[in-house]
Design a protein around this ligand. Structure first.
Ligand code: FAD
Ligand code: EPU
Length: 337
């Protein structure tokens, strides 16, 4: 398998940042992985695994090897009411959602329209509208870089938390996910508790929603709030929603009673970063070629020709301002390279 040199990543990251990789290879099978890692050049270079590039900000050319995972294939096993759907890591996540919704396999309809690939879905435990991958992931298989072996991880092995997994933590950089199995159900147990879904269902006068209804409503809400990366570069939420101690929260909420907040594990409290950023006057502002999205202050955008450095510097400005006003430190959700 040839390693391509000085390869443009502009079309391979949803921020649309114009950078090149020193070396690049497209991986379509586990055999491709074995072959690439038998090349001595690989050990001399740092490595980046790339899915759809929808959670990345490149601040410079990548001085190493980029492996784009394009392993495809979907298989289904039905056991009574349960449906085990296994997908190759390179499958487009939203195509899988559409496939499952069309077949009546319930469980991932709330995750409609999230960009990216199946292989990345466990990395940050993708989540939206009341559902996270941790609720449906049965297992995943991964290529161990050090040994070339394929290992299986159960849901517990993945150590999921809000926008976290073992693959972002202690196993970072050690495995390449090759497939994921989701446990879905032929019986719909629709999750409509997220406020915005309920409101939209009521507006549409839908009282007994199907999974197709949930998928449609989630898609409509997302389109109204989030910029489409095919027209305006972005990587979704740029920061995580901060989780703070209850005592700190009690102090803050007495000053800012309108502040949205949600229960988090261990009696902590999750705040809405978008609200904090908007309250600092950043919503919809343009800063050079970058800025925040007009309908969602948590999303940083590329208005055209932005460099990764420019977006990064703007994100620092936001972090500093939010810290000064609220004493809350925002953490970037996007991977900075
Ligand atoms: P990439 O950006 O290519 O990679 C992300 C990370 O995963 C990197 O660390 C990469 O090295 C690693 N990785 C990728 N593939 C593999 C693999 N096969 N094996 C090992 N490591 C791998 N996220 C949410 O959780 N919820 C949302 O609602 C949401 N909305 C979004 C909306 C928009 C408009 C955009 C642009 C992004 C949004 N995101 C959301 C973020 C993004 O869609 C997810 O993080 C997605 O899982 C990234 O997938 P990807 O294939 O593009 O990963
Ligand atoms: N809000 C504002 N101003 C804003 C944005 C949001 O006041 O500019 C307020 C909203 O009014 C609401 C609260 O903040 O009260 C939460 O907003 P929203 O429902 O839009 O969700 P979010 O917390 O901003 C999170 C995820 C999204 C996910 C949505 C839906 C994170 C970091 N982001 O956003 O995920 O789609 O919930 O579940 O957890 C992503 O990770 O890239 C992403 C888009």
């Amino acid at each position: 398998m040839p390693l391509l040199e000085n390869y443009s990543l502009k079309q391979l990251n949803t921020f649309g940042i114009n950078v090149n990789a020193k070396l690049f290879a497209n991986i379509t099978s586990e055999e491709d992985l074995a072959e690439v890692f038998s090349n001595p050049l690989v050990k001399e270079n740092k490595l980046l695994v790339l899915g759809g590039g929808s959670n990345m900000l490149f601040t410079r050319d990548y001085d190493g090897l980029v492996l784009k995972v394009s392993i495809n294939g979907i298989s289904v096993k039905e056991v009574g009411d349960d449906v085990f759907v296994t997908a190759g890591a390179g499958e487009v996540w939203d195509d899988l959602v559409k496939y499952c919704v069309s077949k009546g396999y319930a469980g991932i309809e709330n995750l409609t329209l999230i960009p990216g690939t199946v292989g990345a879905s466990p990395i940050q435990n993708i989540g939206a509208y009341g559902v996270e991958i941790k609720d449906v992931l049965e297992s995943c298989t991964a290529f161990e870089i050090a040994t070339g072996e394929i290992k299986t991880f159960s849901r517990a092995d993945c150590e999921f938390a809000y926008r976290e997994s073992v693959f972002k933590g202690k196993l970072k950089g050690k495995y390449i996910i090759t497939s994921v199995t989701y446990k879905l159900s032929k019986t719909a147990n629709v999750q409509t508790h997220y406020g915005a879904i309920n409101t939209e269902m009521e507006r549409r006068e839908i009282t007994n929603p199907t999974i197709a209804d949930v998928s449609e409503v989630v898609a409509a809400i997302r389109v109204s709030k989030l910029p489409d990366p095919s027209t305006i570069g972005n990587a979704g939420s740029f920061f995580k929603n901060p989780i703070i101690d209850k005592t700190v929260f009690d102090e803050l909420v007495s000053q800012f009673p309108d502040m949205p907040h949600y229960p988090a594990p261990d009696t902590r409290v999750k705040l809405a970063a978008g609200w904090l950023i908007e309250a600092c006057g950043f919503k919809g502002i343009v800063d050079g070629n970058t800025g925040t999205w007009k309908n969602q202050a948590l999303v940083l955008v590329n208005h055209g020709g932005a460099t990764g450095q420019e977006v990064y510097r703007f994100s620092e400005k936001i972090i500093n301002t939010v810290q000064q006003k609220f004493g809350v430190l925002l953490e970037r959700e996007v991977n900075i390279l």
